[in-house]
Design a protein around this ligand. Structure first.
Ligand SMILES: *[C@@H]1O[C@H](CO)[C@@H](O)[C@H](O)[C@H]1NC(C)=O
Ligand SMILES: *[C@@H]1O[C@H](CO)[C@@H](O)[C@H](O)[C@H]1NC(C)=O
Length: 339
């Protein structure tokens, strides 16, 4: 068994390109000799190898275009605008062999509308390991950067992490949750990585993906959705341009409740490639979420139960009860209770 294991290990050195430095001490002649000797083993061990060690290679990182489209169509409810933008943005970026800058998506909307969920779908359709991939990094402001006083430490730490991780793998993904609670100084510190630079200190960030999640602009999105509803117009008629103006206005003006994001020049420097609005969810979407969750649990989707779950949620505005206050967020625990 021992020799086999060693072969697998050596193979690992050869296949993971980031490990090539590790074989440098060995003289080139020996290395070439070993490579030749190993060639015979390559074919047979390749599958085993790929199966066990996540590498920064297309076998582990590549977009499943069909997968992303299907997931957005079948698992995300009530978000026709977000769905369309995400698919187009991610497809375009991943198909581009030499992007000029990293892909920067800013997801906006109220709680429970699917921002985290969409990030997960993107990760799962690019990285075989999804959110568990060692190339996907999730930061939440209140968890990772809780103390204002330690801003300087957070800044250098975050810069180190981004640089270190992208040096390891240019196809890295960074998700920043609660972006509206993030200190402006901290946002400033990541700006260089989002910009149009060929390389920064020898590292290229142009194939990385940054996703920002925030509630900022959520109120103005709700207002637009409500205006459509009150005018008796279909929600599907809402277009990006109906939201864009009010979104960017509220993002600029609302400096008190959503500090951070707006004091910085992320927006005026055009570092964000796509603003992605998430609409507030209605009764019918809560029903869809519940049915989907039942399917996910291998239960037979039961419309009566779904209706019951949806009926017991809280809706706003008080008089009209159009939108679910928590979107689809509490469905999972509610379902435990009803079934
Ligand atoms: C891509 O996604 C589809 C739909 O989810 C799935 O059936 C297929 O196996 C995936 N392809 C790869 C290469 O993972
Ligand atoms: C990559 O990022 C993680 C945080 O997600 C950090 O703990 C790790 O040290 C970083 N790796 C490098 C090489 O900087």
């Amino acid at each position: 068994m021992m020799p086999r294991k060693r072969h697998v290990f050596l193979l690992w050195l050869f296949v993971c390109s980031s490990m090539t430095e590790a074989i440098e001490p060995i003289s080139t002649t020996i290395a070439v000799g070993m490579a030749a000797a190993l060639t015979g083993f390559l074919a047979s061990y390749q599958n085993i190898f790929y199966y066990f060690h996540e590498c920064c290679r297309p076998e582990w990182i590549s977009l499943n275009k069909t997968g992303l489209r299907t997931d957005l169509e079948e698992k995300l409810f009530g978000q026709h605008i977000a769905s369309r933008i995400i698919l187009k943005a991610v497809n375009g970026f991943m198909n581009n062999e030499s992007p000029k800058k990293p892909l920067v998506l800013s997801l906006h909307g109220w709680t429970g509308t699917g921002k985290n969920f969409v990030s997960k779908l993107i990760a799962e359709n690019i990285y075989k390991e999804g959110l568990n991939s060692k190339f996907v990094h999730v930061f939440a402001s209140t968890l990772h950067f809780p103390h204002q006083g330690q801003l300087a430490t957070y800044k250098s730490q975050l810069q180190h992490w981004i640089k270190g991780n992208v040096s390891n793998c240019e196809r890295s993904m960074f998700i920043f949750d609660e972006m509206d609670k993030m200190h402006p100084g901290l946002i400033d510190s990541i700006k260089p990585y989002l910009d149009y630079y060929d390389k920064l200190e020898g590292v290229s960030y142009r194939k990385s993906i940054f996703i920002f999640l925030s509630n900022a602009g959520g109120d103005s999105i709700i207002q637009t959705a409500l205006d459509f509803w009150r005018a008796g117009r279909s929600r599907d008629e809402i277009e990006l341009k109906d939201l864009e103006t009010s979104l960017s206005l509220s993002v600029f003006n609302n400096q008190k409740s959503a500090c951070g994001f707006f004091h910085t020049s992320l927006i005026d420097k055009n570092l964000v490639d796509f603003f992605v609005p998430f609409l507030p969810l209605e009764y019918q979407h809560v029903v869809q979420c519940t049915m989907s969750e039942m399917k996910h649990r291998d239960q037979k989707p039961d419309r009566d139960v779904a209706d019951q779950v949806a009926r017991d949620l809280v809706y706003f505005p008080k008089s009209e009860r159009v939108f679910s206050v928590k979107g689809c967020k509490t469905i999972e625990s509610k379902l435990d209770y009803y079934t």
